[in-house]
Design a protein around this ligand. Sequence first.
Ligand code: NOJ
Length: 572
Amino acid sequence: MTTAARTQPTTEDASAPWWRQAVVYQIYPRSFADADGDGLGDLRGILSRVDYLAALGIDAVWLSPFYPSKLADGGYDVSDYRDVDPRLGTLTDFDALVDRLHTNGIRVVVDIVPNHTSDDHAWFQQALTAGRGSSARERYVFREGTGPDGEQPPTDWVSMFGGPAWERVADGQWYLHHFAVEQPDLNWAHPDVRADFVRTLRFWADRGVDGFRVDVAHMLTKDLSEPLPSKAALDALPIDGTHPVLDRDDVHDVYAEWRAVLNEYDPPRTAVAEAWVAPSRVPLYASATSLGQAFNFDLLEADFDAGQFRTVVENNLALSARSGSSSTWVLSNHDVVRHATRYGLPAPGRTPDGRPANRHGREWLLGGGVGDLDVAGGLRRARAATLFLLGLPGSAYLYQGEELGLHEVADIPDELRQDPTHTRSGGFDVGRDGCRVPLPWASAGPSFGFGPGPAHLPQPGWMASYAVAEQEDDPASSLNLYRRALQLRRELLAGEDLEWRDTGRPDVLRFARHGRWEVVTNFGTADVPLDGGEVLLSSGAMRRDVVPAETTFWLAPRLSARTPQRDPEVRT
Ligand code: NOJ
């Protein structure tokens, strides 16, 4: 028995926009490669590794913020949206990088951070000096405090990073910051704010950037009419498009304007929303009149479990069908514990609505990474999950270092941690530095080949054996698995359809892609018989008749498959 799920376009379509099934590789610039030896990765470091990116076989890179920033939140506190942080390079370096990537057939997506600026941004500095009642303050959210002398914040709202969401300035007013104190929220009702971001989009699009990743896309617009609700009242409100601060319908007025601008380019520039919203609301962001694509973080929150994975795939393909966009699949990024580590730790349990009860890996991280972690098992499951993901219709977002099978770094001394979630939570949350530790390129050297100097976050000794140089010539390495998978994917990819095959087992999933290839994942802990098919690629051991435990195979289609086999065509 088979069940088919179809998104759009349903047939092979050579004219389908490039992004619909692109493999996008996220670079966290400060931790990728350091050319000048100051310990911080830079644009010339990335430039020096373009051959590596080309050999990996990706379609695009997404650059996390490289803009001037004092790094209060790893660069998501931007002090100038139209420049490069001098520690990371110059606009000339940026142009050279884009040029080199394009020459290698790799497109470029940059991060845009519109909910908040840095408190170092010229606008915020003007707002501070111009004082209460000034037009400069209107670009942000300033309010008087409560209590006899206004010494209490306007509300008891809590920032996403812990602690109060309001900060008092010297003249006694308070400003709103949904993230760190150094990240004041912008007022998206202000025409200057709207106009300036359009200018920023054009600035980068004119420099050849192919797309944008939009940070906290669901939080820009706000209804802050007085009286402001208490936290309890705010939390009780439905998030249905009318909530005062989250996922408001009117945010799509902003994106409709952006979409019109992005569509002026040829080809139209892409945009993908980082929007943590209810599934039913994702299509609003992914629609062709809004940003055009939205992240789906459901796999990233799922346990390594066949039932959960199938539900996630079915739900998200149905959402893509609604929006007309392609789905996006993510297992790791710069905000979460690396998936090799998540799958090597006990699952965090589930809330009644099916969400993880806790941030996966949190307890282990708080304990300094001692005990519990099944290093080899975590990586085995991670490779199986990755090969499953790369078989799905839609675009795949990979995070730097996952192709090396890297684990999370747990043992970072408190005084060296950089993530504001660590300090703002009083150490209650250990933060996200463990997935941002600079990449190991070589097994020796002051920073394992990251640069000629030290690394800005400490690299543990075990990273040496995960180094690129160690993996290059090892056919069984994670790096070579990713390379082969991406090359094969290019050859096999066609339309965005997926057809489930019945496996008769709750722990095994199998699906076919447009009669060209099949993907079978054994999520169980025992080997299972392989029911036909020639193995093209395995995430682990290569066996002819059985799918080993916790392993994914890519298979050539069986002759009995319903859809006729077509000749593979190489996409360029
Ligand atoms: C989401 C980004 O992914 C994260 O790293 C950042 O801290 C917040 N947005 C705030 O900009």
